[in-house]
Design a protein around this ligand. Structure first.
Ligand SMILES: [Zn+2]
Length: 280
């Protein structure tokens, strides 16, 4: 898997599978005649998406950012996404990339939609167990509270076994505010995709890796108005994306993508009023 050096940190993309989802949903109001220049749809108009996790090694801690889709749905759901059943496992993908799941110190979920925290836990004969037994997990308290309201619009996105057993056992810390979770690694709330999603910045020796979660699912979403139909607050998505991309361009930040199925990293540039995502 691809990795980059960020100051004293090392950032590695680990992808736990590629799934397919309706391209129209991923690009919202953007016509297919435009988005199809970036990604090819299959016969059911589905496009490939990655379950992307990033491993950040700080020197003394190993952090896993996002844990992919997990295995808690029925066979038909996987078929709809063109995934095998059981689907590819993040703990196995990490092992193949040289990371022992038992050596993971910290797990961070930008938000609690199933495709970002699925491999936090695994269901087994003895009940639900953490996939990273020695890790402290972080999510945002307001997002966790919202998850339990089960609004009809997005109730389907939440599977309580991905986080409740961790909260109950004290393994998951629910953050009240923005701030650092480890020296150099901070989380900030960025509303738009939903009310309380967080973006991550990892900063070391003047270099920054930034993960905008579902504000930037793929490199093609770099145009601020290219917002998914999932987003609950699309105007806020546009506003926040502009704000973060501005900073990312000025600071030459290395960017990650929550669901790009091919590009692992990018660097953003604003040229003649147009946003461009360059490979990095
Ligand atoms: Zn989401």
């Amino acid at each position: 898997m691809e990795h980059r050096v960020v100051g004293d940190f090392r950032v590695t993309l680990v992808r736990s599978g590629v799934y397919y989802w309706d391209g129209g949903v991923l690009f919202g109001v953007v016509p297919k005649s435009l988005w199809s220049r970036f990604v090819e749809a299959d016969e059911l108009n589905r496009i490939p998406l990655g379950f992307n996790s990033y491993v950040i090694e700080t020197g003394d801690r190993t952090v896993v950012l996002e844990t992919g889709g997990g295995y808690k749905m029925d066979a038909r759901a996987y078929e709809r996404m063109r995934l095998p059943c059981p689907p590819p496992s993040l703990p196995e993908a990490l092992e193949q990339s040289g990371f022992d799941p038992e050596s993971i110190d910290v797990v961070i979920n930008s938000h609690l939609h199933w495709d970002h925290c699925g491999w936090n836990t695994e269901r087994g004969p003895g009940g639900v167990r953490p996939c990273f037994p020695n890790a402290t997990y972080y999510a945002r308290r307001s997002e966790w509270e919202y998850a339990h309201t089960r609004h009809p619009r997005d109730a389907v996105s939440y599977i309580d076994d991905n986080y409740d057993p961790l909260v109950e056992s004290g393994k998951m810390i629910l953050l009240e505010d923005d701030g650092e979770v480890l020296p150099g690694i901070r989380l900030d709330r960025a509303p738009g995709h939903n009310r309380d999603m967080m973006v991550l910045r990892a900063e070391s020796k003047g270099a920054t890796f930034c993960f905008l979660a579902d504000l930037l699912p793929t490199a093609a979403h770099v145009t601020p108005t290219w917002v998914t139909a999932f987003d609950l607050y699309p105007l806020e998505s546009i506003e926040n994306k502009q704000k973060w991309l501005d900073q990312a361009a000025k600071g030459h930040w290395l960017m990650g993508f929550s669901h790009d199925s091919t590009q692992a990293f990018g660097r953003v540039e604003k040229r003649d009023g147009k946003w461009i995502m360059n490979p990095a």
